[in-house]
Design a protein around this ligand. Structure first.
Ligand code: GLA
Length: 692
């Protein structure tokens, strides 16, 4: 069964509304409700006094309606009585400010009082509901990720550091504490990174984020084990949230949850929303080893910077089916009913303030029907298969948010998204691999490595083996630079990848925003004759098909002649690259590196390793990856797809999405503007989608 439903907060409503809720859920085909995420103050209004009657009635009502429950432990929002009784459990910021209650996430996960209270309420829920017939899964907490820098946290951090580094000498070495006289002579001298005079130590900051990930995970595991003990048959999960502030290494956490559940809210109302949806879904599928669940998204809302964007007709459906196509075992939303008050009072819902007689609810009803039809085939269908992969590494992201970097606008997430977007636009289905957690790199035709700043010796060896065995690796600048503790790999960048790439980078030249550097496009003629030119040309260049081409075979770009006028475009980042065995495929045409290698390829064993030293624009990176993928033998999902059509295969289902505003003809099917079609081996499923 594909799940369809979302967060349900009956504690915010009088009981007569509950009956209407269940009736409307049935009308929409909702089959799961996430209950109790923020209900701690209603479940335990005073210390040790629990009120479960209302929750009994809610769960029974849902059960009678045939609706399953993802029952939450409410520990992401301790009640005011708790924080007044245990002010020491309130989080402290890096500036030393102890926060107050009045919002959510007002806890320190290292606080013994908080942990005890969390175990108590989770334990009582487990006792009472572990065998409730409506219970489908446990949803622990909500979006783990907040931090605290108090003294209790400091003590826990020190224990973690002792376990990791063993002795202070090793820590001092790993953190390079002789820089600025930071050498520690007692463990007690170490605190979480706190407001200080000037830049902090990057290794200290990074270890603290790793510690936080593990500390939050301990909090999760403690609850998970209680819930499992009460009924081992019920899966336990927590909803992963992504964001630059989140100190959770989801690739590691994934090993501890029964189901990888992910919240995802695109932040771009343009075509970026669809690209981000694909990115988040592919990443979640990677964490889940093939399976995952979309736990929350906004039904009728894209939060853009500073503005709520209501989705266009059909977009809720396209996004929801997009997640399902990419392996989600359902589509769930935040939230069922829009609240009358509270901090998120205008956050969208399946039942908005205006009620069910609305486009969003009508679209939900139609979507519920589509998901029901799809359920028997999609629920057990294997995930999409991909012949290319992209690397993801949370610690590299954190390290690239650290102090002392060569440019203020380095943005790991943007770099990984850009690589994924290039593959998405080239219609190549991508997976993610996690070299910081597992050295298993799969048998992908091509792996793209964007800004993988931290690389262990083991991961470096895995990449070497992968290429030697015939794989194609595309490594971008800022990869391989440091060991996992941020100590720089000496001898030239990109350290860990130097040997496979056959290059040595001796200087970085970050460029001011707006500076445009041109690269020649190598043997454009060879690319064109091999039919490898990209269909969308670089906006900043000539616009001809050849402009997006790139050398298909090795050789000096100096031979490219006129192709130099129609090259690739770089912004923000260029480097001084020396080749040491690699062939130069593209050279810088202008700027401080004019004439020097920009993109190289090295034959290594049976494979190829490409180095991209420049911050290519979207179009240029797409042109490059399209060509390298073709050379590596990676095939698009379907040949000849129009640019606004997305195709995903999940098992023997082919999902076709028309994200454009014109009809599109694909694979014997005409897609209406904004429409979705799902083809299975035995025919086309589901009606055209749209609101109203
Ligand atoms: C997250 C949270 C929800 C809600 C939404 C708002 O997903 O889990 O409680 O705050 O964000 O977008």
């Amino acid at each position: 069964m594909l799940f369809f439903g979302g967060d349900y907060n009956p504690e915010q409503w009088p009981e007569e509304v509950w009956t209407e809720d269940v009736a409307l859920m049935r009308q929409a085909g909702v089959n799961i409700a996430t209950v109790g995420v923020f209900a701690w103050s209603d479940l335990e209004p005073e210390p040790g006094r629990y009120e479960f009657d209302w929750l009994d009635r809610v769960l029974d009502l849902l059960h009678e309606g045939g609706i399953k429950v993802a029952l939450a432990t409410p520990t992401a929002s301790p009640p005011p009585w708790f924080t007044l009784a245990h002010p020491e459990a309130l989080p402290v910021t890096a500036d030393g400010i102890r926060l107050s209650h009045g919002s959510r996430d007002t806890y320190c996960v290292s606080s013994p009082a908080y942990r005890a209270a969390a175990r108590a309420v989770a334990g009582r829920l487990a006792e009472r509901y572990a065998h409730h017939p409506a219970l489908a899964m446990w949803h622990v907490h909500n979006e783990y990720g907040t931090d605290c820098r108090c003294d209790v946290t400091a003590a826990a951090f020190r224990l973690w550091l002792q376990k990791k580094h063993g002795d202070l000498g090793t820590l001092n070495e790993a953190w390079t504490t002789s820089f600025w006289s930071q050498r520690y002579s007692e463990w007690a001298q170490i605190a979480p990174p706190r407001a200080t005079q000037y830049m902090p130590n990057p290794a200290h900051v990074l270890d603290f984020r790793r510690f936080l990930s593990d500390e939050l995970l301990d909090g999760f595991i403690e609850q998970r084990d209680l819930l499992r003990a009460a009924n081992p048959a019920v899966p336990v999960t927590t909803n992963f949230v992504q964001g630059g502030w989140v100190s959770v290494d989801h690739a590691r956490w994934a090993e501890e949850v029964d189901v990888v559940a992910v919240d995802h809210y695109p932040d771009d109302a343009g075509p970026g929303a669809e690209e981000q949806t694909a990115f988040a879904a592919d990443l979640a599928r990677g964490w889940g080893g093939g399976s995952w669940l979309l736990m929350e998204t906004g039904p009728n809302l894209i939060y853009t910077r500073g503005r709520m964007h209501a989705k266009e007709p059909g977009r809720l459906t396209r996004h929801s089916l997009g997640y399902v196509a990419r392996g989600s075992s359902g589509a769930m939303y935040f939230q069922w009913r829009q609240p009358r008050g509270g901090a998120e009072l205008f956050h969208s819902a399946l039942v908005p303030h205006a009620g069910p007689d609305t486009p969003v609810f009508r679209e939900a009803v139609a979507l519920g029907r589509t998901l029901r039809t799809l359920s028997p085939k999609a629920a057990d269908a294997p995930p999409p298969t991909a012949s290319v992969a992209v690397t993801w590494d949370a610690p590299s992201w954190w390290a690239l948010q650290g102090p002392g970097l060569p440019a203020a606008d380095i943005d790991y997430l943007a770099a990984v998204r850009q690589a994924h977007r290039a593959l998405y636009r080239a219609k190549l289905q991508a997976d993610f691999v996690f070299p910081g957690v597992s050295t298993a790199l799969g048998d992908y035709r091509m792996i793209v490595v964007p800004q993988l700043y931290l690389v262990s010796d083991e991961a470096a060896a895995a990449f070497r083996d992968y290429v030697a065995a015939g794989g194609t690796l595309v490594v971008t600048y800022l990869s391989g630079i440091a060991e996992p503790d941020t100590r720089i790999r000496l001898g030239g960048y990109p350290g860990a990848f130097r040997e496979i790439l056959g290059v040595r980078v001796v200087e970085w030249h970050p460029q001011a925003p707006g500076t445009v550097i041109t690269l020649d496009d190598g043997l454009a003629g060879a690319a064109a004759s091999a039919g490898l030119a990209a269909s969308s040309g670089s906006a900043a260049s000539s616009g001809s098909a050849a402009s997006a081409g790139l050398a298909a075979s090795s050789g000096s770009a100096a031979s490219s002649g006129s192709a130099a006028s129609a090259g690739l475009i770089a912004e923000r980042w260029i480097e001084r690259v020396e080749t040491a065995g690699a062939a130069t495929i593209s050279r810088y045409v202008d700027g401080p590196m004019a004439g020097a290698p920009a993109i190289t390829r090295n034959r290594y064993g049976a494979g190829s390793a490409w180095y991209v030293s420049a911050g290519l624009t979207d179009d240029s990176l797409q042109a490059l990856l399209r060509q390298v993928a073709a050379e590596a033998g990676a095939e698009p999902v379907l040949p000849g797809l129009p640019s606004e059509v997305e195709a995903v295969r999940r098992g023997d289902l082919l999902f076709l999405f028309n994200h454009g505003d014109q009809p599109a003809a694909v694979d014997r099917v005409t897609l209406p503007p904004g429409g979705v079609r799902i083809r299975s081996a035995d025919g086309v499923e589901g009606p055209p989608v749209g609101r109203g």
